[in-house]
Design a protein around this ligand. Structure first.
Ligand code: ADP
Ligand code: ADP
Length: 227
C-alpha cells in the first residue's frame, strides 16, 4: 500500500540544517497495524506527515498503491488525502465552534454527500464510536476520551483505507487510552490499515509491527505477529 525509497527530509532554519529523516526505506501492506516508536525529535511526526501527504520529502520516493506520489502538487495531494486517508492527532483537533455532530459531518459536506446520506452515516459512526450521547455538545464540554472518540469518528466517516494516528492516547488517562486503542484495533480488524506514532509500549502491543526510529533512520523493525 505504501512504499518509500531512500526518503530524506531536511529542514533549514536560520542557516541551520536539520536532517529529520535520513534514508528511510519501508513498506506497509494493506491491512497492517504498524507502530512507529523512538525518542523525541527522531523524526516520527515528520515521517507520518510525509506518509499522509501533508508534507513533501526533500528527496527519495514515496509510492501509494504503486503510484509514485512524492512529486504530486498540492491539489493532487489533497485529493489523494481526502479519498484515502484519515488523521487522528494527540490534541484531537476538533473545531471548537462546531458541535460534535457538525465536526463529524464536515468531511461529508466537503465531499458533497447528500443530506439524507450524511445523516445516516454520521449517526451510524457516532454510534459505533460510542459518542452519540454527546452529538449536540461542543468539544470543550467533553472529556478527553470523548473528544478523541469524536475525532476518530470524523477520521473514519469517509471510510478511509488508511488511518494515520500521531500519539492518539498521548493526552488521555489509561482507561480512556485503552478505549481509544480498542476502537483503533476494531477498525484494523475490519480492514483499515493503521500507522500510529506512540510512546506507549502497551499501545504498540496492539500493532503487528514496531518500527524504531533513531536520528531520522529506522534502527529496528519487529514483527509482532503474522497477519
Ligand atoms: P518526533 O516526532 O520524533 O518528535 P519530529 O519529526 O517532530 O520528531 O522532528 C524531527 C526533527 O526535525 C527534529 O530535530 C525537529 O526539530 C526537526 N523539525 C521538525 N519539523 C520542523 C520544521 N518545520 N522546521 C524545522 N525543523 C523541524
Ligand atoms: P462517557 O461517555 O465516557 O461514559 P460521561 O458521559 O459519563 O462519559 O462523561 C464524562 C466526563 O464528561 C465527566 O467527567 C463529566 O463530568 C463530563 N461532562 C459530562 N457532561 C458534560 C457537560 N455537559 N459539560 C461539561 N462536562 C461534561
Amino acid at each position: 500500500m505504501i512504499k518509500t525509497n531512500n526518503l530524506m527530509k531536511k529542514f533549514r532554519t536560520n542557516e541551520v540544517e536539520t536532517t529529520a529523516l535520513n534514508n528511510v526505506n519501508l513498506e506497509i501492506n494493506e491491512g497492517e497495524f504498524v507502530a512507529i516508536m523512538g525518542p523525541s525529535g527522531c523524526g516520527k511526526s515528520t515521517l507520518l506527515n510525509i506518509l499522509g501527504l501533508l508534507d513533501n520529502p526533500s528527496s527519495g520516493e514515496l509510492f501509494f498503491y504503486n503510484e509514485r506520489v512524492d512529486g504530486y502538487n498540492e491539489r493532487q495531494r489533497t485529493n489523494l488525502r481526502k479519498e484515502n486517508i484519515g488523521f487522528v492527532f494527540q490534541s484531537f483537533n476538533l473545531i471548537e465552534e462546531l458541535t460534535i455532530y457538525e465536526n463529524v459531518e464536515l468531511p461529508l459536506l466537503y465531499m458533497k454527500v447528500s443530506s439524507s446520506e450524511r445523516k445516516r452515516r454520521v449517526n451510524e459512526t457516532l454510534d459505533r464510536m460510542k459518542i452519540m450521547h454527546r452529538a449536540k455538545h461542543f468539544p470543550q464540554q467533553l472529556s478527553g476520551g470523548q473528544q478523541q472518540r469524536a475525532a476518530i469518528a470524523r477520521a473514519v466517516i469517509t471510510n478511509p483505507k488508511l488511518i494515520l494516528a500521531d500519539e492518539p492516547t498521548g493526552n488521555l488517562d489509561s482507561t480512556n487510552g485503552e478505549e481509544v486503542m480498542n476502537l483503533l484495533t476494531q477498525l484494523n480488524e475490519t480492514g483499515t490499515t493503521i500507522v500510529m506514532v506512540t510512546h506507549s509500549p502497551s499501545d504498540a502491543d496492539r500493532s503487528h509491527r514496531i518500527i524504531q526510529l533513531f536520528d531520522g533512520h529506522i534502527v529496528t523493525e519487529n514483527m509482532r505477529q503474522k497477519l
